[in-house]
Design a protein around this ligand. Structure first.
Ligand code: THU
Length: 143
């Protein structure tokens, strides 16, 4: 991925921190999701008084995109920290990795973790979710 696109995604993810709804944890997370066609969807975490309905920033971005007809994705950028201060990488939780597995090729889908537009690292989904269970496991030919 070219640095310009990575930095644009980091800027958009950071921009989402202000929208995150985090009255319980105070931990703000922002995400930006790049489609194959070059469109970028954003997301923030949205907490709930009943806790379990909380939606992570990554899934907000995925569900926004899929609900608009998108199915092919290239990369996601995730940033997060207590009170929105980015001191360390905010790695996607297991549930979000599983949602990525549903729509993305683990060998090629890129996960960008950043603390600012100069400090970032890129991982594949396969690195973050080795031996993941996905749609291919349910394909007719493996049954
Ligand atoms: N969170 C995310 O938004 N993404 C993740 O992948 C990890 C966790 C949110 C959920 C909750 O609002 C807060 O961070 C603390 O867990």
């Amino acid at each position: 991925m070219d640095k310009q696109t990575v930095q644009k995604m980091i800027d958009l993810a950071i921009g989402q921190l202000a929208f995150s709804y985090v009255p319980y944890s105070g931990f703000r997370v922002g995400a930006s999701l790049l489609t194959e066609s070059g469109k970028i969807y954003t997301g923030c975490n949205i907490e709930n008084a009943s806790y379990t309905p909380t939606n992570c920033a990554e899934r907000t971005a995925f569900f926004k995109a899929v609900s608009e007809g998108e199915r092919k994705f290239k990369a996601i950028c995730v940033v997060g920290g207590a009170d929105g201060v980015l001191t360390a990488y905010a790695q996607p939780c297991g549930v979000c990795r599983q949602v990525m597995m549903e729509f993305c090729d683990p060998d090629t889908f890129q996960i960008i973790l950043a603390t600012d537009r100069e400090q970032y690292e890129i991982f594949t989904l396969k690195e973050m979710l080795p031996m993941g269970f996905g749609p291919k496991n349910l394909a007719a030919e493996v049954r």
